[in-house]
Design a binder for this molecule. Structure first.
Ligand SMILES: NC(=O)c1ccc[n+]([C@@H]2O[C@H](COP(=O)([O-])OP(=O)(O)OC[C@H]3O[C@@H](n4cnc5c(N)ncnc54)[C@H](O)[C@@H]3O)[C@@H](O)[C@H]2O)c1
Length: 313
């Protein structure tokens, strides 16, 4: 393997905090640019690597990005305001971070520099019953989050030497933990509250474990020339599940877990779809982590993590 100079924007985030140490361990030179929006300290364990560089800054800062891009063989734009609730709080920051900053990266990078970008598969929106969404299924994002990510992907795929991953909802532990992701959220509630109330419980989504996302990125580095130029769905084929089905899987691990249905909410992205991951599989990629293995991992993690700042127990 030839070590690459890799720039990861948002590398201190949920995915970046697992991706960065994995790339460093493989011998790549990794530079992370992050504004540490969540005051996270998730990359402390990377600082001992001589091949690790960190810049605290904003991905919207053109002169800074120009300098960082110039030194890179491969750029991974992860920096974003992620998820519908956060994006709805600040539409301007969402547009400038999720779309304009990526558009600028595309301008600053020379055509030979490679780019691998993660986007959400929530752009598929409401799928047709029983029909798998492929990469050729039209994207119809509804939320500002979905719209900005889809527009950014379009630009990335127009340039040479780029590919994107349309990620399923990610689950699993990360040093910068997110419990707002569906599987993580439900397992957290199952561990600490033993209960969850479901809305739109029959709506289907799909899922992938964070370590398989990292493996997919590494697979793309290793097979870049054959994979470039296309988007790839990345999810578990056997985890196209409704919320109700997901709860049943969690209950197998935590029998005391109770789940009820009630008309208490609506998914702002109107997600209800099943996804085919055949294109990525055809490149030789196979996920290693089942939902069950991920749930076991999360139960251990949430035995450690507990949000009890304002309680005595
Ligand atoms: N987690 C998922 O389920 C999922 C699914 C599909 C796609 N994605 C994509 O993967 C990427 C990473 O998502 P994540 O789950 O790790 O989210 P995250 O919120 O944990 O990570 C985002 C990172 O970007 C940084 N950031 C935000 N604004 C910035 C700015 N202006 N300048 C510099 N850094 C900034 C944050 O500090 C954070 O470290 C995003 O692009 C997201 O759209 C994630």
């Amino acid at each position: 393997m030839t070590p690459l100079k890799i720039l990861i924007t948002g590398g201190a985030g949920y995915i970046g905090s697992v991706l960065t140490p994995s790339l460093l361990a493989l011998g790549h030179e990794v530079t992370v640019l992050d504004n540490f929006l969540f005051r996270q300290n998730s990359l402390l364990d990377c600082c001992h690597y001589p091949n690790f560089q960190i810049t605290r800054g904003d991905c919207r800062d053109e002169s800074l990005m120009k300098r960082l891009v110039a030194k890179s063989d491969l750029i991974m734009p992860l920096a974003a305001l992620v998820g519908v609730p956060l994006c709805n709080r600040d539409a301007v920051a969402t547009q400038t971070t999720n779309f304009e900053a990526v558009a600028r990266l595309c301008r600053l990078a020379s055509p030979v520099q490679r780019m691998i970008m993660p986007v959400t598969n929530s752009g598929y929106g409401v799928g047709e019953k029983g029909i798998h969404c492929t990469e050729d299924t039209p994207l119809r994002p509804i939320s500002t989050y979905g719209i900005t990510k889809v527009k950014a992907e379009e630009l990335v795929l127009q340039r040479e030497n780029s590919l994107s991953f349309r990620l399923a909802t990610v689950f699993g532990m990360s040093p910068r933990m997110r419990i707002d992701l569906l599987v993580n959220d439900f397992v957290y509630r199952a561990v600490h509250d033993c209960a969850v109330v479901l809305f739109e419980s029959q709506f289907k989504r799909n899922f992938i474990r964070i370590r398989d996302v990292v493996r997919a990125f590494i697979h793309a580095i290793d097979n870049f020339d054959t994979m470039k130029g296309q988007p790839y769905n990345a999810g578990l084929d056997d985890a196209n599940l409704s919320k109700l089905e997901l709860c049943a899987v969690i209950q197998r691990h935590l029998p005391q877990f109770v789940y009820l249905e009630a008309p208490i909410g609506e998914d702002p992205d109107k997600r209800d779809y099943i996804v085919s991951n055949a294109r990525l599989a055809a490149t030789g990629f196979e996920p290693e982590w089942s939902l069950d293995r991920g749930i076991v991992e999360l139960i251990k993690g949430f035995t450690i993590l507990r949000n009890s700042q304002y309680a005595n127990v």
